[in-house]
Design a protein. Structure first.
Length: 309
């Protein structure tokens, strides 16, 4: 039976700390559809990581509710996989051992052969088959993050939570792993909620982008729908005219509007906008009295042509 109920529903979420005059965030409302990739962007201190931790069941909210597939989230669970900013690997275990540990937790009755086959599949998915028996100390930063991604995907979570997983990587490595993540999500139809500070990363990866106002009393102030082709690539991203419209909209929010909407001034229900489809040109300014029309006068970047007596 079909239903219009979103896969993840966040209602009136708030977080306050003892002794603080105001909440970090309040009245946070948004939804995520199954198979959707959603990024959240906002300045440091607005509570993005706290929201992700509440979705993961690792932290409690002061108010509000989180429902996943109709059930309220009350604690951590294997139906939600988390990839943190740091790789969080166990240094005494190999790549195989780190991923196998998670797989055994998810399917404790599986045989050794089943676990081995499953681990190999997800190690291959992130391109680390040649390093499967190496310890974390023998891996580069990018390889460690790939192991973390493989471990999260290996338990086949219903939702993947990513806390700025590529922030500490160099640009080339980050780009490579972004491409791999896009490919894996396309193959698995994984539902993803991701924190990022990188506007271009959000445009590349996300179906929708949640814009957080500044704290205190931050909120999801606006939801930007990414109307670019879903099979977009990093190499071709900047060739699409929609890219610049979306990027300018995001940057304008972060630079100017996010501060104006702090202290609970953001709307209780965020509007969903599609800046990529806004193709109408801005209206031309009215000509000054006595000035020639643009078609009749030669263009000048300094002083407009005027008729003389």
């Amino acid at each position: 039976m079909s239903t219009d109920r979103p896969f993840l529903q966040v209602e009136q979420l708030a977080k306050s700390y003892p002794g603080a005059a105001e909440a970090v965030f309040e009245g946070v409302n948004f939804a995520v559809a199954q198979g959707e990739f959603v990024c959240i962007i906002g300045h440091s201190g607005c509570g993005k990581t706290t929201i992700l931790n509440v979705l993961a069941g690792l932290e409690s909210a002061s108010a509000g509710h989180v429902f996943m597939d109709g059930r309220e989230v009350a604690g951590p669970g294997l139906e939600r996989g988390v990839v943190f900013q740091g790789h969080a690997l166990m240094p005494w275990l190999s790549v195989r051992g780190n991923i196998a540990f998670a797989v055994k937790s998810r399917w404790p009755r599986w045989s050794r052969a089943q676990v081995h086959e499953h681990v190999q599949k997800y190690v291959a998915l992130v391109g680390l088959s040649g390093a499967i028996d190496k310890k974390p100390s023998q891996l580069s930063g990018g390889m460690k993050q790939r192991v973390g991604i493989a471990r999260a995907f290996a338990i086949q979570p219903r939702m993947l939570l990513l806390d700025e997983p590529f922030g500490a990587l160099d640009a080339l490595t980050r780009g490579t792993i972004q491409d791999e993540l896009l490919r894996i999500c396309a193959e698995t139809h994984q539902t993803v909620f991701m924190i990022t500070h990188d506007v271009d990363e959000a445009i590349l990866l996300a179906d929708r982008i949640l814009l957080m106002s500044n704290g205190p009393r931050a909120r999801v102030a606006e939801i930007v729908k990414n109307t670019m082709r879903r099979d977009r690539t990093r190499a071709a991203l900047h060739h699409d005219p929609q890219y610049y419209r979306i990027r300018n909209h995001l940057v304008d929010f972060l630079v100017a509007r996010s501060a104006e909407l702090s202290h609970g001034r953001a709307p209780a229900v965020p509007a969903e906008v599609s800046p990529g489809l806004e193709t109408e040109p801005r209206p031309e300014p009215e000509p000054e009295p006595g000035a020639a029309s643009p078609s009749a006068a030669p263009a000048s970047p300094v002083v407009p042509f005027r008729r003389t007596a």
